[in-house]
Design a protein around this ligand. Structure first.
Ligand SMILES: [Zn+2]
Length: 342
């Protein structure tokens, strides 16, 4: 980082210090030969500093992050920005258009195609075009996601906490919960982090929605990150009140239904549930028979089913084990004790 502000360059384009550019950048083509273009806003501040990217809708139906990125790009004051902000509110245009998570065909998960490759599959070419032009020039990034459709996630960060840069970013964002792990191969956050561009994922709420409370929470997180890295020098880094870092988790920690039926959830996303407490009941249509699902250990409800119907084997909730120390901290800070939730 030099002490003079520098232009931001991409594929023949150039954004001078103090300038903002809005563009639609072609990353692929449709069956009709029309361009598939991602919206991009590049804000190059008048003063030197790091370059950050904010991206959303890499899964096309995960909408909360789109509003976060759009508000940073369009509604925040950029006159004092130190550095540059690359805003990518909709990365998976085909998925977004269809309101689907995935690209239409073949290797459908765009978030397994990074950093991408030229002269390769469709998803690899899209990923390469995005990565090469708008991710590679950055110093760090925030990638916004929600839960898969029909479920909802507690607001949290996923980051490789063994990477110094990603850990700094994760803590600066200021969520209560950080899920530590490097992520899968081909994921934007993993590939960028390994490439020296620390990147974290924000998980927030459910697909197909704008959830205002979560969007505001995320905007606070972006402000806090921008304060930590000096992009917004007037802001301060946020402390969330309590924080717990979960190591060694996996998607396998979803509790699954052992009966088919209608789910009566007794808790909300983000709740601390103690060992043996009822998480939900699976009932028949007459409510005359119920399978009670109890917490197999004390943990946090990170993800919860929203669409309340299950077949045997379907996921009910993403339930993550909490150590005794963490449990006490959470109880203290939230006022959520065993007695009050039982
Ligand atoms: Zn996602």
């Amino acid at each position: 980082m030099s002490d003079q502000p520098e232009p931001f360059t991409y594929d023949g384009g150039r954004v001078e210090p103090g300038e903002t550019q809005q563009l639609r950048y072609a990353v692929s083509e449709t069956y009709l030969g029309d361009p598939v273009r991602i919206p991009v806003t590049i804000i190059n501040g008048p003063r030197p500093g790091p370059t950050a990217f904010l991206s959303a809708a890499i899964h096309g139906d995960e909408l909360n992050g789109i509003e976060v990125v759009r508000e940073v790009a369009q509604e925040w004051n950029h006159t004092d920005v130190c550095g540059a902000i690359v805003c990518l509110p909709v990365l998976n245009v085909q998925g977004f258009t269809a309101q689907e998570r995935y690209l239409p065909i073949y290797e459908r998960d765009l978030n397994r195609a990074f950093p991408g490759k030229q002269n390769s599959t469709s998803s690899n070419r899209i990923a390469h075009s995005i990565y090469h032009n708008f991710i590679a020039p950055c110093d760090f990034g925030l990638d916004f996601h929600t839960s898969t459709r029909g479920r909802t996630n507690m607001f949290h960060v996923r980051a490789d906490m063994d990477d110094e840069g990603a850990a700094r970013l994760a803590r600066a964002f200021g969520t209560n919960l950080i899920m530590a792990g490097e992520g899968s191969s081909g994921m934007l956050r993993r590939e960028a982090t390994e490439d020296g561009i620390p990147t974290i994922t924000l998980e927030m709420g459910e697909a197909h929605r704008f959830e205002r409370e979560l969007i505001d929470h995320a905007l606070d997180g972006v402000r806090s990150v921008f304060a930590e890295y000096g992009i917004y020098q007037q802001e301060t880094v946020r402390w969330p009140g309590w924080r717990t870092v979960i190591e060694g988790w996996s998607e396998k920690t979803w509790l699954r239904a052992d009966a088919g039926g209608i789910v009566e959830m007794r808790h909300e996303r983000g709740d601390l549930v103690h060992d043996g407490e009822t998480i939900c009941r699976i009932t028949n249509p007459f409510k005359s028979d119920a399978t009670v699902v109890e917490a197999p250990f004390t943990g946090l409800l990170v993800g919860v089913l929203e669409n309340p119907v299950v077949y045997p084997g379907n996921p009910l909730c993403h339930f993550v084990k909490i150590e005794e120390m963490q449990e006490r901290i959470i109880e203290e800070r939230t006022g959520q004790t065993h007695e009050s939730t039982a």
